[in-house]
Design a protein around this ligand. Structure first.
Ligand SMILES: NC(=O)c1ccc[n+]([C@@H]2O[C@H](COP(=O)([O-])OP(=O)(O)OC[C@H]3O[C@@H](n4cnc5c(N)ncnc54)[C@H](OP(=O)(O)O)[C@@H]3O)[C@@H](O)[C@H]2O)c1
Length: 108
């Protein structure tokens, strides 16, 4: 993934805190670009992934601003107990994970 920017500006809420944004499906196409864009804009990001040991996670950890990125494991179909903790302290939620796959019989 190409870098979006290397020197993120500070983004602050009225209370002085840097907003924390939850991005579901951080390893996905839309999720990855969303994480990169938020980090470049100076947000703190918590990304949900299904596996914290997946190679896809290495790409996220190498992003500029990844010091402000936290990754947590959560599966939309299995991890009911993980979602409330994942939401804790988040100001925004960008739900872009998708457990649905588009395909045709030709893919089988
Ligand atoms: N790509 C586009 O051009 C585009 C355009 C318009 C709308 N959208 C919509 O945007 C959404 C994301 O698209 P995308 O292209 O980014 O898809 P993608 O690259 O296939 O990413 C899907 C993401 O969802 C995660 N995921 C899959 N099953 C999950 C589950 N059970 N629990 C938690 N996470 C799960 C995947 O995690 P793993 O890495 O673990 O598989 C991955 O991070 C979809 O709803 C799609 O229809 C996409």
């Amino acid at each position: 993934m190409a870098a979006v920017a290397s020197a993120p500006p500070a983004v602050k809420q009225l209370d002085g805190e840097v907003p924390l944004v939850l991005v579901t499906g951080a390893t996905g196409y839309i999720g990855g670009w969303t994480v990169a864009t938020l980090l470049a804009a100076g947000y703190r990001v918590r990304g949900t992934v299904r596996s914290t040991t997946s190679k896809k996670v290495d790409v996220l950890k190498a992003l500029p601003g990844a010091d402000n990125l936290e990754l947590v494991a959560a599966d939309l179909l299995q991890s009911k107990d993980k979602w409330l903790p994942a939401l804790k302290d988040c100001t925004f939620v960008l739900h872009v994970a998708s457990p649905f796959f588009v395909g045709t019989d030709e893919d089988k």
